[in-house]
Design a protein around this ligand. Structure first.
Ligand code: ADP
Length: 521
């Protein structure tokens, strides 16, 4: 039974009462060692952390930066903050000082909590400092005296957390999520029955990416166990698989790029892990050639395409067809979870239901963010009047994502509105060129950018091929093949073969880095 509470910690800690002895978190410590923290132990850790935070004088509304990888202690810390109404701001230990400074300057935290010893030299401020671990939460430097409190009660509209997006679609923005929004998202997610009480959910995203909060919510709210995969091991396919095998993971969540090296070098080993029953991916398109290989390695697993943005944590869960039809061109992003709706809107702002026509997704949902932190202009650009009935005062999320509707009402994501570029007088959808590249024999991943070149802007394609590919033959063949299926202005003038695509801290394709690394022709 899922808790009906609108408060984050109450939903996620419900199993402390119902299944106290079941594992809540299973940590991989290396060398065949695991640490299992039961729900009862997790609940006790949350209480002890909350007592230390209360003793430090923190109260409803005080922001707390939480720098940690995902672990039992980090989950306890964020739930302790939640229980006291302290909005937490997750930051990864991997994040550069500059980014952390920006987060601190924007949010003005009263406390900076860290799992690790010491403190970042490059980050200063008049916040208190605390350290936490399995053994408790210790205040190392007291926070400055608090302001006068106007309220003590915690309500559904209070802020649960702030997540700074990686900014793949612009400058980083602080997405403010209320308790009511995140718990209503969780409730929509639980109706999909992705995991049950016996599952072990491997989580691979950094804590600062809200996909990790999706994983934690999915596992704990279902009475299952969270299995944090140590981030450094993700780079090594064998070690990553070892974590999955040793922890008995049954469900593996992450962005598509976590599978790239595994599928390239260790597909057989992956096929040998027979505990995995489900894979959920999110954040960007899963290149179809790679997805076919994942399906082949895990023929019995349920593969779920989760679509959405930080502004609503996510919004749809769609099963990948099994088997994957040979002529499948795109994955469906289905329909929004129960309680929410994706509306397609044309260029004139009118909603429509026609099939096949591309429009911008607007999301109507009780799981929407409150706004961008300290940024009313960006907030009103994203939270717009309901296009179906603008007079109602209701706001919906303008996602910036384009999609069309299929015969059964399901949606197909075609790209970001801002990836439609004007190129030599023609409108080019970069995702369309990428899709054509992925249809070419041997190509496993592709990204297309418009880059400045001496003779003017040029379409540049970066492709990754299977290990057997021979560069010269492959690239010549590609140009010829693209010229047959695309108008000439959409055929990239420059093609580069790479062994992998650079990724952001969150594991998505890093287009900015690709542009920088591409350098001059
Ligand atoms: P960032 O801007 O930091 O990347 P988000 O994680 O919120 O922040 O990114 C959300 C965007 O990622 C969506 O608006 C969409 O463009 C893309 N996206 C998310 N999930 C999927 C998916 N399953 N398939 C394709 N694109 C996706």
């Amino acid at each position: 039974m899922v808790s009906a509470s609108p408060l984050l910690h109450e939903v996620l800690l419900a199993p402390v009462a119902s299944t106290p002895h079941r594992p809540a978190v299973i940590e991989f410590l290396g060398d065949d060692r695991l640490r299992t923290v039961s729900y009862r132990e997790l609940g006790a850790l949350v209480d002890s952390f909350a007592a230390s935070l209360t003793a430090a004088g923190l109260g409803v509304g005080d922001r707390v930066v939480l720098e940690s990888d995902t672990s039992a202690a980090a989950i306890a810390a964020l739930l302790a903050c939640s229980s006291l109404g302290l909005p937490f701001v997750p930051v990864s230990p991997e994040a550069p000082d500059e980014r952390v400074r920006a987060v601190v300057a924007a949010t003005g935290p009263r406390l900076y909590l860290r799992a690790a010893e010491g403190f970042r030299e490059g980050v200063r401020g008049d916040f208190g400092i605390g350290r936490f671990g399995q053994d408790g939460l210790r205040i190392v430097r007291e926070p400055a005296a608090g302001t006068i409190r106007h309220r003590r009660e915690l309500t559904a509209t209070d802020t649960a957390y702030l997540i700074f997006t990686s900014g793949s679609t612009g400058r980083p923005k602080g997405v403010v999520m209320s308790h009511g929004a995140v718990t209503s998202f969780y409730r929509g997610m639980y109706t999909q029955r992705i995991v049950g009480g016996r599952d072990r959910v491997a989580t691979t995203s950094p804590l600062q990416f809200d996909f990790s909060l999706l994983d934690i919510g999915l596992a704990l709210g279902s009475g299952a166990a969270v299995v944090p995969v140590p981030r450094p091991l993700l780079r090594w396919p064998r070690r990553f698989l070892r974590v999955l095998r040793d922890t008995g993971a049954t469900q593996v969540n992450g962005v598509p790029s976590i599978w790239r090296q595994v599928l390239r070098y260790e597909a057989d080993r992956l096929a040998g892990i027979d505990t995995i029953r489900g894979v959920l991916f999110c954040g960007e398109d899963f290149p179809l050639p790679e997805l076919r290989r994942l399906r082949a390695a895990l023929p019995a697993a349920r593969l779920v395409n989760c679509y959405g943005a930080t502004e609503s944590m996510a919004c749809s869960f769609t099963d990948v067809p099994d088997p994957l039809p040979d002529d499948l061109e795109r994955l469906s992003i289905g329909a929004a979870h129960p309680g929410a709706e994706m509306i397609l809107v044309d260029a004139a702002g009118r909603p429509f239901l026609r099939t096949g026509e591309v429009g911008e997704i607007h999301l109507r949902s009780p799981a929407l963010f409150s706004g961008y932190w300290d940024d009313p202009a960006a907030t009103s650009a994203a939270l717009v009047p309901d296009p179906v009935e603008p007079r109602s005062g209701q706001r919906v999320l303008r996602t910036g994502d384009l999609a069309y509707r299929g015969e059964n009402g399901e949606l197909y994501f075609t790209g970001r509105a801002d990836s439609q570029v004007q190129f030599r007088g023609n409108r080019v959808e970069l995702g369309e060129v990428e899709r054509r590249l992925l249809e070419c024999e041997g190509i496993t991943a592709a990204t297309v950018l418009v880059l400045p070149r001496p003779a003017g802007p040029e379409l540049c394609a970066f492709v990754v091929a299977g290990p057997q590919a021979r560069e010269g033959t492959l690239l010549d063949g590609l140009s010829a093949r693209l010229a047959r299926v695309l108008p000439s202005y959409m055929v990239p003038g420059e093609l580069r073969l790479l062994t992998g695509l650079p990724t952001t801290e969150n594991g998505k394709v890093d287009r900015a880095a690709l542009a920088r690394e591409a350098g001059p022709l």
